[in-house]
Design a protein around this ligand. Structure first.
Ligand code: XIL
Length: 347
C-alpha cells in the first residue's frame, strides 16, 4: 500500500479532502482514513442544505461528516457560512415574498437590510453553536471579491452586497466570533487569490477590515488551478502578503486541472489523457508542494477539493460535456498517479 500522504506532511500541515457523506464508506472511506487527516463537506454544509426553509435546519448529512471527523481524529473545516451561491431565495425576500434587491423605497430598503442581517446572524449562530467544539476552521464568507472590477473596490455585487453593502461581511465575522469563541479560526475564502488585481482587492478589503477590528484570522485560497497556472511567484506573493498582515493562510479547495481554459484536450476517459500530461501535472504538484513546505509556517492546512479522480466537480465544468478531468493525485480507480509520487518526493 502507498505510504500515507498525511505522514509525509505531518511536520507541516494536515492534508484534507472535500467529501460527500456517501464517500465516508467503502473505498473512499478507506482512502480518506489512510491518506487524509482533515475533511470538509463538498456541499452538505452550504445554506441550501442546512437551512432550506427559514427556521428549518437540517443537520443530518452534516452530522455524518462531523461524526466521521471525530471518530477518526481528523481536522474539520466548515464550508461555508455565507456565500452568494447554493443559498435558498427566501434569504433575500421580504416578508411579503418580494425580492429585496428590487426595492426602491429607502425606508423599506433599510428594513430589508436589517431583516437580512438578522437572518445571517440566526444562520451563523445556529450552526456555530452546534459545531463549535468540532470545527477547527470556518469559511465565514466565501467569494466576496468579483472576477472583474465591476466597482472600484472589486467587491462582488451579490445580493448580500446589493442589500447590505459590506456590512454582511463584518456582521458574519462578528457573529461567528461571538458564537465560536476566541480560539476559533475564521477565514475569508476565495478563488484566484494569486494574481493581481483580484489579489489586491482581497488584500485591501481584508486589511481595512482587520484594521477596523473585524475578527478575521486568515485567508482561504481555494486554489482551483491548472498545470502551469498561476505562477509559483504569484502564489508565494499572495501567501506572503496575507502573512505579513498577521494572518494565517489555508489552501482550501486544491485541484490541478489537466485542461487549460478554454479546454485544450478532448479526453473522454481517464485512459485518453496523455501520459505526458500526467507527468506535467506531477511536476506542477511537485513545485507547488515544495512551495507550501517552504512557507509552512504561514499555511496551516492543505485541502484537496475531492479524494480521487473518480469524483471531481471539474467534470461538470469542462466545455466538452463528456470531458473527464483528473485533478488529484489518485486516479479514478484509486491508484496513485505520477503526482502522488512527486509530492511524496519519491519520483
Ligand atoms: C462546488 C461543488 O464541488 C459542486 O458539487 C457543486 O455542484 C457546486 O459547488 N468554490 C467553492 C465550492 O467554494 O463550494 C464549490 O463546490 C467549488 C468552487
Amino acid at each position: 500500500d502507498a505510504d500515507p500522504l498525511k505522514n509525509r506532511y505531518s511536520d507541516s500541515f494536515p492534508i484534507g479532502a472535500a467529501v460527500e457523506p456517501e464517500q465516508l464508506e467503502g473505498t473512499h472511506g478507506d482512502i480518506l482514513k489512510r491518506h487524509y487527516n482533515s475533511i470538509v463537506a463538498e456541499n452538505v454544509m452550504k445554506a441550501e442544505n442546512i437551512q432550506p426553509e427559514e427556521g428549518e435546519f437540517n443537520f443530518e448529512e452534516a452530522d455524518k461528516i462531523v461524526k466521521f471527523a471525530n471518530e477518526n481524529e481528523m481536522n474539520l473545516r466548515f464550508h461555508n457560512l455565507i456565500w452568494h451561491s447554493q443559498i435558498p431565495e427566501w434569504f433575500f425576500q421580504d416578508e411579503e415574498g418580494n425580492p429585496m434587491v428590487d426595492e426602491t423605497d429607502s425606508e423599506k430598503r433599510e428594513e430589508n437590510k436589517k431583516l437580512l442581517l438578522e437572518r445571517l446572524e440566526t444562520h451563523i449562530k445556529t450552526i456555530v453553536e452546534r459545531y463549535k467544539d468540532d470545527v477547527d476552521s470556518w469559511d465565514v464568507v466565501n467569494e466576496v471579491i468579483a472576477d472583474d472590477a465591476s466597482n472600484d473596490r472589486g467587491l462582488r455585487e451579490s445580493k448580500w452586497y446589493q442589500i447590505t453593502g459590506t456590512d454582511y461581511i463584518r456582521t458574519a465575522f462578528e457573529t461567528a466570533r461571538q458564537a465560536a469563541g476566541e480560539d476559533a479560526m475564521l477565514y475569508i475564502n476565495d478563488y484566484n487569490t494569486e494574481e493581481a488585481p483580484k489579489r489586491t482587492y482581497l488584500y485591501d478589503l481584508v486589511k481595512d477590515m482587520v484594521e477596523d477590528g473585524v475578527p478575521i484570522d486568515g485567508v482561504g485560497h481555494q486554489s482551483h488551478i491548472q498545470i502551469g497556472w498561476p505562477s509559483l511567484e504569484d502564489t508565494a506573493k499572495s501567501i506572503n502578503m496575507f502573512a505579513d498582515l498577521g494572518l494565517d493562510n489555508q489552501i482550501t479547495e486544491l485541484d490541478v486541472s489537466v485542461y487549460g481554459y478554454p479546454p485544450s484536450g478532448e479526453w473522454h476517459s481517464f485512459d485518453d489523457i496523455p501520459e505526458s500530461t500526467l507527468e506535467n501535472q506531477a511536476d506542477h504538484y511537485d513545485d507547488l508542494f515544495d512551495l507550501y513546505e517552504e512557507l509552512d509556517n504561514k499555511i496551516s492546512n492543505v485541502t484537496f477539493w475531492g479524494i480521487a479522480d473518480d469524483h471531481t466537480w471539474l467534470d461538470d465544468r469542462t466545455e466538452d460535456p463528456n470531458g473527464k478531468d483528473a485533478p488529484f493525485v489518485f486516479d479514478p480507480d484509486f491508484n496513485v498517479k505520477p503526482a502522488y509520487w512527486s509530492i511524496m518526493d519519491e519520483t
